[in-house]
Unconditional design. Structure first.
Length: 450
């Protein structure tokens, strides 16, 4: 077991190491320049195309049609997870307050990256059995012409769906409910398997229908409680931002708080945790967005921008500020413990219940969404859906197992597999960069004016 752990640690150091972080950073800059920083300079335009459109008739469709909004909430359900809570606290512990600034940078650049990969996902998708299917495996084969890279991506995606997307999330749900509500893991395992099983067996229609309702609910609970914490500690908000900016560039003028970490660690943990949280560049989001009933790769890509903005700029920032404004110190606390402290300081004994409920909901949403990513990869490998139902049953069984066992090594291996998924995807983003043009975004904006 130690031998496996050592090998995984070595590979993990590569896929989440300085070189790969530089690659994420570089591709984000490249695409930001390519689309002329549309994600920043045209904020109002893409916000109107996404958030404002939620209240328009198209996304109030009650049929089984997978609208762009449903695709976004399903994809967002897959990205919003424990990384938004424990992951943020871990970034602060390991990289200091400055890690938050570099998390913002990773998100702003990642908005351009995810736009590009979703654009390609829609551009190279196919229609099978009346539904669209797509993702990195399709643009790796049809666009890049590298079947091996497509297969490699799918194998890593399937393994990640069972590990990171399922077992570790189930374990997070179990741990959160035991910590906050004293529910035994065995009981959680049975209940989770039944609920998740009912949703997953129903396929993408049921997964997207639940995600469409679940994501707003869990976001409101998290947003409301976080805003209350910040309202109570409003006097400390300016100092929190001061720590973030000064620590980001290792300016020693910042007094107190998370200081002394150095700019290197701030960049490393800020960018890596940012990428891990919003998954821009990993290749998971294009799988679900390619299935959306949308004729425009451009408009679908804008939903990806919105997704990263909500995941990292909003949700991760709120957790960071909650921790910094309550002036908690990392000390010997792990990520989850550090996340709980601000809620306990403001809400007392019920604080642990609130954050535990948020973790359980976030992890559950990730669990049901990642089943779809895995099964689409399986279908690509075998050319049809003959093993889809068997995969879903196995997936549900592993969720039960995940609730009842500790998985430190499984978590570490899954983290590595998640990073390995990104390698062929980032390769495709470089090779197919000529397909992404600013004029497409400009044309969409001009069309909307008319």
């Amino acid at each position: 077991m130690d031998y496996i752990s050592s090998i995984n640690h070595f590979i993990n150091g590569i896929v989440w190491g300085p070189v790969m972080i530089a690659v994420y950073f570089g591709i984000g800059i490249f695409y930001s320049i390519k689309i002329r920083f549309y994600q920043i300079l045209s904020f109002g335009k893409w916000w109107d195309q996404t958030f404002n459109s939620i209240f328009r008739s198209d996304n109030k469709d009650k049929s089984d049609r997978l609208t762009p909004y449903k695709a976004m909430t399903t994809s967002l359900a897959g990205t919003i997870g424990t990384g938004n809570i424990a992951g943020v606290a871990s970034a602060l512990t390991l990289g200091g307050a400055g890690a938050v600034f570099w998390m913002w940078v990773a998100a702003l650049l990642g908005m351009a990256t995810i736009y590009a990969e979703i654009y390609l996902g829609v551009l190279f998708r196919e229609k099978k059995n009346g539904r669209f299917v797509g993702g990195p495996m399709y643009y790796l084969e049809k666009g890049v012409g590298c079947k091996f890279a497509a297969v490699f991506f799918c194998v890593c995606c399937i393994a990640s769906s069972i590990g990171m997307g399922n077992m570790t999330q189930a374990n997070s749900v179990s741990a959160a409910l035991e910590e906050g509500f004293f529910i035994p893991p065995a009981a959680t395992g049975i209940l989770l398997s039944l609920i998740a099983g009912f949703i997953i067996i129903g396929g993408i229609n049921r997964i997207s229908a639940i995600s469409e309702k679940l994501v707003p609910v869990m976001a409101i609970i998290y947003l409301t409680s976080s805003v209350i914490i910040l309202a109570v500690n409003y006097k400390n908000i300016p100092h929190a931002f001061s720590m973030i900016i000064t620590d980001a560039f290792d300016l020693k003028s910042a007094a107190g708080g998370f200081t002394g970490y150095g700019i290197g660690k701030a960049i490393k943990y800020g960018i890596s945790r940012g990428v891990f949280s919003n998954e821009a560049g990993l290749g998971s989001s294009p799988v679900i967005h390619a299935a959306a009933d949308s004729d425009s790769p451009v408009s679908e890509g804008l939903w990806g921008m919105f997704q990263v903005f909500i995941d990292t700029i909003i949700l991760c920032t709120l957790m960071s500020l909650c921790i910094l404004t309550t002036q908690t110190e990392p000390g010997d606390n792990n990520g989850m413990q550090l996340s709980i402290l601000p809620f306990q300081c403001v809400f007392g004994g019920s604080g642990k219940m609130i954050i535990s409920a948020c973790v359980a909901l976030f992890a559950f949403a990730t669990l049901i969404s990642w089943c779809y990513f895995g099964e689409k990869s399986l279908e690509y490998l075998f050319g049809d859906d003959r093993y889809t139902m068997k995969y879903r049953i196995i997936y549900i069984a592993f969720a039960f197992v995940g609730c009842n066992m500790g998985f430190s090594l499984v978590w570490e291996i899954s983290d590595t597999l998640n990073g390995l998924m990104a390698i062929p995807n980032l390769f495709a983003l470089v090779i197919l960069s000529g397909r992404i043009k600013y004029k497409d975004l400009k044309r969409l904006s001009e069309h909307e004016k008319k």
